[in-house]
Ligand binder design. Structure first.
Ligand code: IPE
Ligand code: IPE
Ligand code: MG
Length: 249
């Protein structure tokens, strides 16, 4: 179990140990080119490949990607089903490569709403890559931060029958990403500056980075820029700047 940033003052790694990304702007990328929105999603998958490879090179240990939110079901049915098909193809095509590169794949979210075939594909990919250790790539699918907190709360209550009081430490193991430390760096592409119900609990002390770049245009160099920005930040976790300086000097 990783320590929570509100329970202890965590280490601040030079290269973020965990990067979480809202990959936004696929639709606008396509529309700008008079292409159907789905063309942006297809191109977005290619951007994922580049970023995964670059995370391996930079020594990032956890990469978390928001692929489909619990609110994305509100989109037109054809876009939703195209996204699902794309997810299936991407899984079929990429998992062997990830496995060969020692990458562990996790998919978190309320998967019960997905086609059983897709659920099986996900479970098989997770099983196959479970012991890989170079990088953990988590795809958040039908994920919502509120869903996560609620499902964890239900499990916590069930695990402590009769308890009247609960602590963070009792909740944390039930969160969908309990296997990962909290993100050091959060990135949102596409120009919007909001969290859109992503990792609400886990982003408590993450450094936030927003860029206008649409996700399909996000390259390894763009990732380096985000990491460089992160490296300029002073992460204080509630302390004073003087306290932080004393600790690192
Ligand atoms: C992000 O791109 C991908 C998903 C939400 C699946 P969008 O599809 O939201 O692209 P924009 O924001 O409409 O440009
Ligand atoms: C957030 O993007 C979800 C994903 C990238 C998967 P949205 O495009 O759905 O967010 P809003 O609707 O602009 O807030
Ligand atoms: Mg969007």
């Amino acid at each position: 179990m990783f320590k929570s940033s509100t329970t202890v003052v965590p280490e601040t790694p030079k290269v973020p140990r965990h990067i979480a990304i809202i990959m936004d702007g696929n639709g606008r990328w396509a529309t700008k080119r008079f292409l159907p929105r789905v063309a942006g999603h297809v191109k977005g998958v290619e951007a994922v490949r580049g970023v995964v490879e670059h995370c391996v090179e930079r020594g990032v240990e956890y990469l978390t990607l928001f692929a489909f939110s619990s609110e994305n079901w509100r989109r037109p049915a054809e876009e939703v089903s195209l996204l699902m098909r794309l997810f299936v193809t991407a899984l079929e095509r990429e998992v062997s490569k990830m496995h060969a590169n020692n990458i562990r794949l996790k998919v978190v979210g309320d998967l019960s709403r997905f086609d059983p075939k897709l659920q099986e594909l996900i479970a098989a990919a997770e099983r196959r890559t479970a012991n890989n250790s170079r990088l953990t790539v988590t795809v958040c699918a039908n994920y919502g931060g509120r869903w996560d907190i609620m499902q964890a709360t239900s499990k916590m209550v069930a695990a402590h029958p009769g308890a009247q009081e609960f602590t963070e430490d009792m909740l944390a193991p039930h969160l969908a990403m309990a296997y990962a430390p909290e993100p050091d760096l959060f990135i949102r592409t596409g120009g919007e500056e909001r969290i859109s119900n992503f990792l609400l609990w886990q982003l408590a002390y993450s450094e936030l980075y927003f860029t206008q770049t649409f996700w399909p245009d996000f390259t390894p160099e763009s990732l380096d820029e985000a990491i460089a920005s992160y490296q300029q930040r002073e992460r204080r976790f509630g302390q004073t700047g003087e306290q932080v300086a004393k600790k690192t000097n």
